[in-house]
Write a protein that binds this ligand. Structure first.
Ligand code: NI
Length: 186
């Protein structure tokens, strides 16, 4: 197990459409372990495999609060199959866009199908934070970032800032140690 580096915008890999998982083998299990370790270390509440540079449709999540026992969840090949007309707005952040938060409007509730670790089909209906987090992470495996849901003006400003930072601090990890973890969706 290892904490892996998290890709930061403007890394082009974050725009890749990830490939469906065909088998849960030793390699995939190792990837999932690394994803949890990386997600907990960040800390974040959700992570898509592409955020550590692996273009596979795998999402890890843990929405447990600090004082609650861990609730690790894995979603393989997740897909939104239904979303409510009713919208909800939530202030989102992303481990791949550190220290930037913005309100994002999304469907309030979603139905998501996915495979579990035995490749058995599962379905969940989610609302609240889980619905937001699932949509955010499923966006990631389709190469979509939460800033794609905000105004172009704001998005351009964020991209500009990160492009500039990437040039200046090549190889330096921009994550600070005392960041507020609850803001990071993944
Ligand atoms: Ni994210």
């Amino acid at each position: 197990m290892a904490v892996r580096d998290i890709l930061i915008i403007p890394d082009k890999r974050l725009r890749l459409k990830s490939a469906a998982v065909q088998a849960v083998d030793k390699r995939l299990r190792a990837l999932i372990e690394d994803m949890f370790e990386t997600m907990y270390a960040a800390p974040g509440i959700g992570l898509a495999a592409i955020q550590i540079g692996v273009a596979k449709r795998v999402v890890t999540m843990d929405l447990a609060k600090k004082d609650e026992p861990k609730q690790p969840q894995v979603f393989i090949n997740p897909e939104v199959v239904w979303s409510s007309d009713e919208k909800a707005t939530y202030e989102e952040g992303c481990l791949s866009i550190p220290e930037y938060y913005e309100e994002v409007e999304r469907p309030k509730a979603v139905k998501v199908t996915f495979l579990d670790l035995d490749l058995k089909p599962q379905e969940i209906e989610a609302s609240g934070l889980l619905a937001t987090c699932l949509q955010h992470e499923i966006d990631h495996i389709n190469g979509v970032l939460f800033i794609d849901h905000i105004s172009k003006l704001k998005r351009d400003m964020v991209m500009k800032k990160f492009k500039k930072a990437a040039k200046k601090t090549e190889g330096v990890k921009p994550l600070a140690e005392d960041e507020e973890p609850s803001h990071y969706i993944g």
